[in-house]
Design a protein around this ligand. Structure first.
Ligand code: PLP
Length: 426
């Protein structure tokens, strides 16, 4: 093996080499042996327009023919990057500026640096630590991995964990106390957050980062009242809120952005994945007017914003993202995702009473079946794979986040394979 594979057991891979994929066909991927699979989690929750999106290929080729690369440093920028920024700002709730990068991890690194920059601009230099939640995934950079609340991402890397404060995940089903209502559980999580900030000293806490609905931690949807309670605590202590919309953004939970689904009013948003349907690596950090004014003031004083990456605002990525926005608008994204999300929910509903199933949940086209045990989830996931559908196995959860281009028949195939794979375990 010549590759070092991410999130892979390097010992196991020597005897079981990874399946190699050679082609995409709509919502399907085809391996080197010619076997075709529906990827019901859009690969890494990201290939929102499938694996052979012709319009994006054309948009990319057109842009490459015009201007294949340029940068955005020192008074220059590709025109198309500026056009994309304007389109995004018109869509993003409460955001006034965007900063472009190449990956989700990089967007979280930038947002974390902006937290420091913001509080330095405000002359409150102690306000630096960032709160994140157990089970969160925020990336694989130094700070974004430290913010990630999955300990296997920390092991052996000596990450800057002292810059991070950790609070509980909003997993009502697993973490509520007996008899506790969803609303009371949310209030308890907010009280715990309040106590954490108070104990740490609010003057040392700069921001809170959260996925509006948690993805890699197991598709954890916020319980009743959760985000309202959390935002009250953050406002009380003057703590910035970063909404990590890297999975949720661009329709996944049924509105254009999950901040709209859950009534979240963030100071910054991180975006990637569905920004370009993942056919080109591109990410963005959007900031509110309040945050931008502070950045502008300090950068103005320093003579430059000393932060940027070579491929930020890449013209080919920007052209692809603009085409994605056109496609999303043409499909009337919220209505489309709402309808297909309901089809997923209908197709999975009868699993609620199946033996070994703890929960079936969805928000738009982000869905999950949670089992009583990790072993059962794994067995169902592997059976489904044999039947030609990929779900993401996360402990006791099978995650579902299919491409938006699914037909009704594709959704029926995905949900019926899930049902049959569960039945096969009986
Ligand atoms: N944030 C969230 C919520 C994610 O799900 C991911 C990736 O899955 C990231 C950040 C990191 O993005 P990337 O893998 O593009 O670096």
């Amino acid at each position: 093996m010549a590759q070092i594979f991410p999130f892979t057991d390097p010992v196991a891979v020597e005897t079981t080499p990874p399946t190699q994929f050679v082609r995409g066909n709509g919502v399907r991927v085809v391996d080197a042996d010619g076997k075709s699979y529906i990827d019901a989690v859009s690969a890494l929750w990201c290939a929102s327009l499938g694996f052979s999106p012709e319009r994006l290929t054309r948009a990319m080729a057109d842009q490459m023919g015009k201007l294949a690369y340029y940068h955005s440093f020192m008074g220059r920028t590709p025109e198309v990057a500026d056009q994309l920024a304007a389109r995004l700002i018109a869509r993003l709730p409460g955001m006034e500026r965007v900063f472009f990068g190449t990956s989700g991890s990089e967007a979280v690194e930038t947002a974390s640096k902006f937290v420091r920059y913001y509080w330095n601009a405000k002359d409150r230099p102690q306000k630096k630590r960032i709160i994140s939640r157990e089970g969160a995934y925020h990336g694989s950079g130094q700070m974004s991995a430290a913010l990630t609340g999955l300990t296997y991402c920390h092991d052996g890397f000596d990450l800057p964990l002292d810059a991070v404060l950790r609070t509980g995940r909003p997993h009502y089903l697993r973490d509520a106390e007996p008899g506790e209502s969803e609303a009371d559980f949310s209030k308890r999580r907010a009280r715990e957050l309040d106590a954490l900030i108070t104990a740490a000293d609010p003057e040392t806490v700069g921001a809170f980062i959260g996925e509006p609905a948690m993805g890699a931690g197991g598709v954890i949807l916020p319980p009743d009242g959760y985000w309202a309670e959390i935002q009250n605590v953050l406002a009380k202590h003057d703590v910035l809120l970063i909404a990590d919309e890297i999975i949720c953004g661009f329709g996944r939970t049924g509105e254009w952005f999950a901040c709209e689904t859950y009534d979240i009013r963030p100071d910054m948003m991180t975006l990637a994945k569905q920004l370009t349907a993942s056919v080109f690596p591109m990410s963005a950090v959007a900031v509110s007017g309040k945050v931008y004014e502070a950045i502008e003031a300090l950068a103005g004083k320093n003579g430059t914003l000393g932060h940027g990456v070579t491929y930020g605002g890449h013209p080919v990525g920007a052209a692809v993202a603009l085409e994605c926005l056109d496609i999303y608008e043409e499909m009337d994204l919220p209505a489309h995702v709402g309808r297909l999300g309901n089809l997923i929910a209908d197709g999975l509903a009868r699993l609620r009473d199946a033996p070994g199933v703890l929960d079936v949940r969805h928000s738009g086209m982000l869905a999950a079946v949670e089992f009583n045990t990790d072993a059962l989830a794994r067995a169902v996931g592997e059976e489904a794979e044999r039947m030609g559908v990929f779900f993401r196995i996360i402990g006791s959860v099978l995650a579902i986040a299919p491409p938006y281009i699914c037909t009704d028949a594709d959704i029926e195939e995905i949900t019926s394979v899930m049902r049959k794979a569960v039945e096969a375990q009986a």
